[in-house]
Ligand binder design. Sequence first.
Ligand SMILES: C[S@@+](CC[C@H](N)C(=O)[O-])C[C@H]1O[C@@H](n2cnc3c(N)ncnc32)[C@H](O)[C@@H]1O
Length: 314
Amino acid sequence: MTTTINSTNFLDMGAAKLERVEDVAETMAGICFVLNGMRHYVSESTWKQFVAHECRQHPLMQLLQQDPLTSRAFTRPRGYAGDAVMMDMMYAAEHGYDLPAVAGISELGRKLYEYQFQSPAPKAVRARRRIICEQVDNLAIRTPKPHILSLACGHLREAYDCPALREGRLGRYLAIDQDKESLAVVEREVGPLGVETLAASVRDILKGRVPLANFDLVYTTGLYDYLTEPVARRLCEILFGMLNPGGRLLIANFLPSISNVGYMEAFADWWLIYRTEAELLRLAETLPDEQVETINLFVEENKNIAFLEVSRKS
Ligand SMILES: C[S@@+](CC[C@H](N)C(=O)[O-])C[C@H]1O[C@@H](n2cnc3c(N)ncnc32)[C@H](O)[C@@H]1O
């Protein structure tokens, strides 16, 4: 039996409210809640049809594009959703970064952005950044001059407030990304503190074109949410192989339970690969037992992002 979604009343009501810039946060909360419920209730194909034929065609779509986060994800000016400029929109207000994309937006755009900024997924992204910053700093307390690798670094925003980097307590901090524009920002802003950059893709790493080793910490945030299971597993093996004895691998991934997912897919065209804690743990199954000291999993305070943590025997 094929299920279809007939109710678009909530989209009509939402559009009418947003047109008048009325109760923006409550309206958005309602839209996100209904979308999430629908997404979980119907089959994947029914959901995709609803997104394509109802959400994308609805006047609400244009109104929501006034939010700079939604429109950056949807228009993908760099060819992929979730670029570092967009990540900055999630970090921004916390640190007052210069954000041209947010300047000069409409009143509705500003209210939509404020709503998004305070929603669980961006909060989790900010918690993820703080966790990495603490991990780097704690490592530098335990291990003198540690070597650190960040894969898919974006603008490496976790490094900006990292005391260990500022105080010259790191031996090496290598930041890899496929996006040269993002690496240029890293070079300009934290290059003078000793951060090195390397333009390379996951494909380059899988093909053995990036032979790296001797890291005390290898981490990646905002990448595994895009990787299929075979790629995710193989990359896990390679990154683990780059660790020094006693080193640690940290991999972050969004959990399937996040409350913005229906909205992100429907109006921002942002489709991530969500993993349960069990699925994330499975990525470490093919690591060599004799070299693995511990495998842990922890979840940040918003319960949206999980971290797989694998440490190598000394
Ligand atoms: C969501 S951002 C995360 C950036 C940063 N790690 C953070 O947490 O703010 C994803 C980053 O992954 C990079 N990326 C995506 N696919 C990649 C690939 N196949 N190889 C290398 N980098 C990739 C993008 O260029 C982007 O900077």
